[in-house]
Design a protein around this ligand. Structure first.
Ligand code: ADP
Length: 168
């Protein structure tokens, strides 16, 4: 069975990677769906975000069945078109739950044939978000335990480039 894991991944974190690895074990195929939403302001453009996810997966034997795809529009439309029977999402805390429940219910109304499946964040990643990573990198903090080793430098360099703009 095939599933997709949609997200913004601005940038990918170890929490995202853990969800990808666990979902890749459960499903035969997994599409990591990098959603482009013009209303969401991202620090990294879609090509940079895709390159970072691909760099993180490249050497992982357990992710051979994972593809990274840039998409826009409704996740259920993407799932239907590409043959995904499930949408995978991660839940870190109750604060994620309300939003995720709303999305999953809307998606179920749009297409009852596509199920949303939740994986609970590992405790060591339950505090971790792309925003936390960006804030720490912007202030020259250590992000090496927060993002995949393959992208630590990429994230640091990109944030250094954007520092002037972001710090105003
Ligand atoms: P979105 O804008 O769609 O929420 P994100 O890239 O922030 O995109 O997150 C994608 C999915 O991964 C969401 O379901 C989110 O709850 C989950 N997620 C984010 N960070 C973590 C983490 N540290 N551990 C587990 N799941 C996570």
């Amino acid at each position: 069975m095939k599933a997709c894991y949609p997200g913004t991944f601005d940038p990918i974190t170890l929490g995202h990677l853990d969800i990808i690895e666990r979902a890749a074990l459960i499903f035969d195929e997994l599409d990591v769906l990098l959603m482009v939403n013009p209303r969401k302001k991202c620090v990294f453009d879609a090509a940079q975000r895709k390159a970072m996810i691909e760099a993180s997966l490249a050497s992982r034997e357990n992710c051979r069945n994972v593809k990274v795809i840039i998409g826009e529009g409704l996740t259920v439309d993407f799932a239907r078109k590409t043959g995904s029977k499930a949408i995978v999402r991660g839940i870190r805390a109750v604060t994620d739950y309300e939003y995720e429940l709303q999305q999953a219910t809307a998606n179920l109304m749009l297409d009852p044939d596509v199920e949303t499946m939740f994986l609970i964040a590992k405790p060591e990643y339950s505090f971790l978000s792309s925003s936390v990573v960006k804030e720490i990198a912007l202030n020259d903090g250590d992000i090496s335990k927060m993002v995949p080793a393959e992208v630590v430098d990429l994230v640091k360099e990109a944030m250094a480039d954007k520092k002037d703009v972001l710090k105003g």
